[in-house]
Design a binder for this molecule. Structure first.
Ligand code: NAD
Length: 299
């Protein structure tokens, strides 16, 4: 099956970048988010304001150097209440909403009623196993469903983890993987359906280890990044800057899901222990670049 049109649901850090990247490949894409509560309460009349604002931001940034077309204008903003039925025309739907299984599950049930038969649906989840995501969904949905785990920033990071389940149609995996390779310039890695897949299992291990160690040793963020950034292959942002980019609020989801896989007493449990500092920072709105800032100031 050839992918000629797409939709991305969730216009946050990841969804907006994924939509812009697909558009940069010359593919028209709908980008849908929720209708914000203040608009519902009558304080504003743009029901697609979240997606529209995200697209405006994307238009200000360049596509990845390996993409040929500057086509971010091919993204059409919308919202999940008014525009869901438009998804009946698209070949591939990417779900990039918050990392909350209940929200994802409700959305899949709604999507399944309107999507085109045989269209591919994929989730950008960082942590939730595919078998949990398809629980309670139709057989037809499970056959067309896979995980496409993009990395942040999704327009520039080459890696794409693809996870399929026992019910996923082989043709859906092949079509999507070929499209990601040839049109999106991604290096596709097939992963087993386990928490954190491959990269987050390893990444979370060293990110949390670096943060816990810096706190135990009383190092400043700059001191810690000076020591660990280059050896870990991320000299530009360092470990703490990477966490700011990913979003502090996402990190506990990843570490908790990995912790669940380790038996009591396993020595790695200590490394996946969630830094208490995260809880305090998140509560005060320091979720990283998308919030008031994170370990580094944003202004
Ligand atoms: P985010 O919080 O920046 O954005 C999520 C967006 O989803 C928000 O704009 C929110 O309004 C919207 N949303 C929530 N419920 C919705 C619904 N029912 N319908 C439509 N839109 C809805 O989150 P993010 O960091 O972009 O993460 C999105 C997904 O990508 C998550 O599953 C996350 O685990 C995964 N992911 C994130 C990163 C990262 O570095 N942030 C990397 C890889 C994967």
């Amino acid at each position: 099956m050839e992918i000629r049109s797409a939709a991305v649901i969730g216009a946050g850090v990841m969804g907006s970048g994924i939509a812009a990247h697909i558009a940069n490949a010359g593919i028209p894409v709908f980008l849908l988010d929720i209708v914000p509560q203040d608009v519902k309460d009558g304080r504003g009349n743009d029901r697609s304001v979240v997606a529209r604002t995200a697209i405006e931001k994307m238009l200000k940034t360049d596509p990845a150097p390996f993409m040929h077309k500057k086509n971010a204008r091919l993204v059409t903003p919308g919202n999940i209440d008014d525009d869901l039925e438009k998804l009946a025309t698209v070949d591939w739907i990417v779900e990039a909403v918050v990392e909350n299984p209940a929200v994802k599950s409700d959305l899949y049930a709604r999507l399944d009623k309107v999507r085109k038969p045989g269209s591919i649906v994929s989730s950008n989840t960082s942590t939730i196993p595919l078998k949990n995501l398809i629980e309670g969904q139709s057989d037809r949905f499970a056959q067309d469903f896979l995980i496409t785990h993009f990395f942040n920033p999704p327009r520039y990071m080459r890696l794409l983890e693809v996870v399929s389940g026992p019910a996923t149609r082989a043709e859906a995996v092949t079509s999507l993987s070929t499209f990601a390779d040839k049109r999106l310039g991604k290096g596709v890695v097939q992963c087993k359906d386990r928490p954190g897949f491959i990269a987050n299992r390893i990444g979370t291990y060293w990110i949390q280890a670096a943060i816990n160690e810096a706190m135990d040793l009383g190092l400043t963020v700059e001191e810690a990044d000076a020591v660990v950034g280059r050896p870990m292959g991320i000299p530009k942002t360092g470990v703490f800057g990477l966490v700011d980019l990913v979003g502090l609020d996402l990190m506990p989801y990843v570490s908790r899901s990995l912790l669940k896989t380790l038996p009591p007493g396993d020595p790695y449990r200590d490394i996946y222990r969630e830094p208490e500092l995260f809880t305090r920072m998140i509560a005060e709105g320091y979720t990283g670049r998308k919030g008031k800032g994170g370990f580094y100031r944003m202004n």
